[in-house]
Design a binder for this molecule. Sequence first.
Ligand code: ADP
Length: 570
Amino acid sequence: MKPPADSTPDWNASREKLIGLGEGSLSKSYYPELSERLAELERFRELLDQSNDAIFLVDADTGAILDAAGSAPALLGRDKGRIIGAAFSDFLRPKAAARVAAILAAQGTDAPLATDMASPDGALVPVEMTIRVAQRPTRRKAVVVARDISERKKAERALRRAEDRYRSIVENAVEGFFTSTPAGRFTSANPAMATLLGYGTPERLLAEVTDIRSQLYADTGDRDRLMHLLKARGGATNFPARFRHKSGRTIWVSLNVRVEHDASGLPLFLEGSCEDITARKMAEEALRDAHILLEKRVEERTRELHQANERLMREVQERRRAEEAAEAANRTKSDFLSMVSHEIRTPLTSILGFSKIIQRKLKQIFENLAVPDPRLQKSLDQVSGNLDIIISEGGRLTNLINDVLDLAKLESGRMEFAMETIDPSELISRVMASTSVLLEDKDVRMVRCLDSGLPSIQGDRDRIIQVLVNLISNAVKFTDHGTIGLYAVSQDGFLRISVSDTGIGIHKKDFGKIFEKFNQVRGGITDRPKGTGLGLPICKHIVESHGGRIWFESAPDKGSIFTFTLPLPG
Ligand code: ADP
């Protein structure tokens, strides 16, 4: 359908008219002016075609498209020739077509009309359409401007999707989110916020809490401090505050808040998040309490330790003093003993000496007596017997004094050892010879078994003889029948000497007492002390002072073996 030419704004028709190609009724004198207007119209036309909007000139009565400009061909996917003459409604859906027809029949649109138009590939393109109807006496024409809003729609859809997503995140968040007025009234809150404060739903929270400061803050000072921060910095992060839960209990929360301002800088609203940190705070407090308690305990413990240490130091000092006193006492004791023993030994020597002289003299007197008198003989025997006792007890006393003195010297470390090279075989032979007298009147014999080529040792000859004599005399003392054996071997860097007997032996219960001072395990048969009870302690001291060891093995009625070692020279 070709539009008829008239004075309506049909650009093609106007152009034809102006250049005189149409009805050709213009005089040539108008030509320059006309061609100028024509150029102007051309420029206008070009401008229109450059528009991103699709522009249609539509016959308002018939709905036919009289002209098209701008992006109309692009929007509809056909060239202008196939657009002009077509019915405008062909490019609309029936419902939209009816609306456009109604608008064309009236005055046009007041507000842009959102609808769709057919796109090149047949798909619908969303457009925003404005329609202006020009009232002419003869023919009503409408200028329709359609703007492709598919990009905008796409952006809107994306925005809506994003909004939906964020709304869903906020709705389902465990953290509370809220917005409020600067004065302190909630304008929005998510379910978590309502739950956190005990109100069940955001609606109830918004309805019931009308003044955040007085209703929510357990300490309004917290709120004042927060507002101060917001004023100074525009936001606050991890701000701890105490809130009043709907149930009445106080909870600890951590707030992240920022203030939105208007263009003039006035606060518009507050938005933020809120996390319940009561459990964390309580744990922190418990930890702090535990820490304080621990520090107190450590302090107490340190004090106790300090006191214990002081006590210990005092005890150590006391013990040291006691040891020093004991050492001093020991020294005094051995001084006293040597003095006393000397004092006793001197008269004792006289007593013994004179007793022996008296005994001898008495015997001589009676031997020289002409007539032996039986009564006198009896008295003589009695006196002689008493003198025997004096002499033997005197001897025992001398031994005891010697032993006590030796032990005192050994214990106080004052015993001096005269070290020399000793041949063990020779030493054992000598001791055997000198002690053989002890076996007289006894059903006991003494044997020896020595390793050949025993190495010589370093030691105090007299003291080692003393040890050996002691062991042999003990063996003789506690053995009535059998054998006393002497053995010597060199073994593992030591000379090892043993004295065995076949005597009464020692009970296991007495083992611990054998090397104790003044301890005399009663003799099995006579039950009478047979020595000083100092012999073995002295032996032990002597052996150990030489760097050796002494021990025994024994069983009742089976005999005993006493063994001691002495180190061989390296
Ligand atoms: P003592 O001079 O009285 O014999 P010792 O110190 O030499 O003192 O011995 C302590 C005790 O050990 C003795 O009284 C005795 O009971 C026991 N004893 C020592 N040697 C023997 C032994 N060969 N057989 C049995 N008992 C012994």
